[in-house]
Design a protein around this ligand. Structure first.
Ligand code: SAH
Ligand code: SF4
Ligand code: F3S
Length: 451
């Protein structure tokens, strides 16, 4: 269908949402919508939301306030605007959103994106808000249009590909099992087909996504089950696919064959995001993580034995209910022992409906703030020193986007660092050796070396 209308999508939260937003745009192309960057120009505005922490969820309501004025302004010019809330806040709050923000026309959970065009049509004919947050039995991936060659705008050398969704682990602080439902893995064949399509469209690097990506257990072509390591080995054979990554992993699913894949597969990049959340065993048990601090350190040692230069990244929560000063020290202790290349750290945020939200001995805000500051100072120091260690090395960089300066491109090193270099525009989408000359806390810069 030739596009006659415009859609603006704003994405919050994790990479799964980034992937879902692209798929929504593709589904909506079938309904006559072309993407736009300007919300005040859009006939349809979608907020793809995140519920993981309170701040993330609250952002949605302040954004809806702004959208209300856009909708009113457009109405004065006789233009209709459909406002939709998608993603994890949609799933968690359902019709509560419409009650709190009557400007919303459509609430749609992550399992129902393939129905978007139908749901919009229903809203237009009934002139009533539509809320669709059921978990249908069938596979949403099957109903989404086969991934079309990416439109020029989103055409980059690196792409996300969701292989696994949902979570059955029920960490006591986390909303994901409620917003994304039970764990589900796509088949190897469906993933391979999508990967081949991406590579044909010029993609050189694919990051396999899942809330628990290393718990992946999809059907293989022989009717058996493939592990994430099997899947990686299979995809590594695709010609033109030069880099593979995966995220996010759980320590409990860091199996021997996956660790071995880091030793064996040259296309699997030496980078692993492996959240440990907290250092003290009592806190880990209360979080329902089902591993100890020592077990985490043991996994790290085994991964480093398989791939010595691997860059490690993690997620950490400070101020989980009951966390004492000594227990927080145990978190710092793990950080000191591992030495991370990168990390995300958060103050514990009580989420409605999760067991930890009603636990006793909630940690006061000032204590959380102080712990987070100490932790982040240590993590920043580690990240800077990891980056500084790259100076003088020649790293292969996949150039992905234009730099701020004319004649400059920005790409990624194998360790996922941003690397800036003066480079001809023709090098976009290619992997080029760069001699690293300078390191900052968040990026590197260097000079292209003749291959
Ligand atoms: N599946 C991943 C995590 C997905 S959520 C895993 O198990 O590791 C991303 C990160 O958000 C988590 O790793 C955790 O550090 C953080 N997070 C989740 N719920 C939170 C909460 N209630 N408060 C603060 N941080 C939280
Ligand atoms: Fe949330 Fe835990 Fe599942 Fe990760 S493993 S998504 S933290 S419940
Ligand atoms: Fe947020 Fe949902 Fe991702 S809660 S982190 S967008 S799975």
């Amino acid at each position: 269908m030739a596009p006659t209308k415009k859609v603006f999508i704003k994405t919050y939260g994790c990479q799964m949402n980034v992937y879902d937003s692209e798929r929504m745009a593709e589904a909506l192309a079938g309904g006559g919508y072309a993407p736009t960057d300007a919300p005040d120009n859009a006939d349809l505005i979608i907020l793809n939301t995140c519920h993981i922490r309170e701040k993330a969820a609250e952002k949605v309501y302040s954004e809806l306030g702004r959208l209300r004025s856009i909708k009113e302004e457009r109405a004065r010019a006789d233009q209709e605007t459909v406002i939709a809330v998608a993603g994890c806040v949609a799933q968690a709050e359902g019709d509560e959103i419409v009650r709190r923000a009557p400007v919303v026309d459509l609430v749609v959970g992550p399992q129902s994106y393939h129905q978007l065009n139908t749901l919009i049509a229903r809203n237009r004919t009934t002139a009533r808000p539509v809320v669709e947050t059921e978990f249908p039995e069938d596979d949403k991936f099957r109903h989404l249009p086969a991934r079309a060659p990416a439109p020029a705008r989103t055409h980059t050398a690196s792409a996300f590909l969701t292989v696994q969704e949902g979570c059955d682990k029920f960490c006591t602080f986390c909303v994901v099992p409620y917003t994304r439902g039970a764990e589900y893995s796509r088949s190897v064949a469906a993933i391979e087909e999508e990967a081949r399509r991406l590579v044909a469209a010029g993609v050189r690097e694919i990051t396999l996504l899942g809330q628990n990506v290393n718990a992946y257990h999809g059907e293989n072509s022989k009717g058996g089950t493939a592990s994430l390591a099997d899947l990686l080995r299979h995809l590594a054979a695709i010609e033109g696919l030069e880099r593979l990554r995966y995220t996010t992993s759980h320590p409990r699913d860091m199996s021997e064959d996956l660790i071995a894949a880091h030793r064996d597969l040259a296309t699997l990049m030496p980078y692993l995001h492996l959240p440990f959340q907290a250092g003290a065993d009592r806190v880990l048990a209360a979080m329902n993580r089902k591993h100890t601090g020592a077990e985490y350190l043991d996994i790290v040692a085994r991964i480093r034995a398989a791939r010595a230069d691997i860059a490690l990244s993690t997620d950490i929560i400070v101020g989980f209910p009951g966390e004492t000063d000594e227990e927080f020290e145990a978190t710092l202790d793990i950080v000191r022992k591992v030495r991370f290349a990168q990390a995300y750290s958060f103050k514990y945020s009580p989420r409605p409906g999760t067991p930890a939200a009603t636990m006793e001995r909630q940690v006061p805000e000032p204590v959380k703030i102080a712990r987070l500051a100490r932790l982040q100072a240590l993590l920043e120091e580690q990240q800077s020193s990891f980056n500084a260690g790259c100076v003088g090395r020649v790293l292969p960089v996949l150039f992905e986007r234009q730099g701020r300066r004319e004649g400059q491109l920005i790409g990624r090193s194998p360790y996922l660092q941003s690397v800036h270099a003066d480079a001809a525009p023709g090098l976009m989408g290619r992997i080029i050796p760069v001699e690293i000359a300078k390191a900052g806390p968040n990026s590197l810069s260097g000079v292209i070396r003749a291959a």
